[in-house]
Design a binder for this molecule. Sequence first.
Ligand code: ASP
Length: 309
Amino acid sequence: MKMFSIAIHGGAGTLVKGMMTPQKEKEYKTALKIAIEIGYKVLESGGSAVDAAEKSVISLENSHLFNAGKGSVFTATESHEMDASIMDGKTRKAGAVSLISRIKNPVSLARDVMEKSEHVFLAGEGAMEFASHLNYKLENKDYFYDEFRHNQWLEIKDTDDFQLDHSIKKDHKFGTVGAVACDREGNIAAATSTGGMTNKRFGRVGDSPMIGSGNYANNKTCAVSCTGSGEYFIRGVVAYDMACLMEHKEMTLGEAADEVIHKRILELGGDGGLIAIDKDGNIAMPFNTEGMYRASKTSNGIDEVLIYK
Ligand code: ASP
């Protein structure tokens, strides 16, 4: 039987073991477990990789624990601006949104861009207009309010600082989210969603919605979702670079993932991690930070939820 599998992440960063209480750790692991099971069930019942990846990301977006959807960080103007993308490795169709607000599940809007528009990437007011055409419900500000996130922002508001969830501040709560899946047909897909950086301004956009940088899928090579210092992932065109290493240098999934995370992104000065999958259902989840919230499940028995190395 053809193997099917899925992997998810809830962000990579400076996870300091001592700061993580057993209670917190349990909460994160439970949220990851719920999200991976949702995607896995889609695959098990014959659903597509795109459906599985989207469903898992929706589950993570609905958790206040991760920096995406409900748990998105605050911008310099005390609002939330979210980015998301999705790509189908079979057709290489893709959809992405950036600088959107009040949408509960940005990943679904990205999917609608892929499937219901002629475009790939919609941003800001235009993306919101597109959502309104599709009758998306807008959430109140309260839906996205989280005390921890707000305090994180209060500490640096009115300064020029912005803060990645991964940064030196050693916060134990962060996480762009993502999922990669391989279905029974051997089709693969990737989805990524984020609230970006605390106190970001000037319409800052990271790698998460950028096809080829933070998210990519091609049945020929791999499906990838990245997390980390977005500016470096954009410059490194990391997700596509990994696919190129497989296509042109004939690296395996694991070798290509290690090359971009343990070598190329470090050479640029960036940090973070990724999850990747190929058409045979193999999974790689490298990171060069202290930890990365992650989980994987395969039809041949791998079933794990991990935080540290
Ligand atoms: N890569 C994301 C960004 O730069 C942040 C993250 O992965 O936490 O927007």
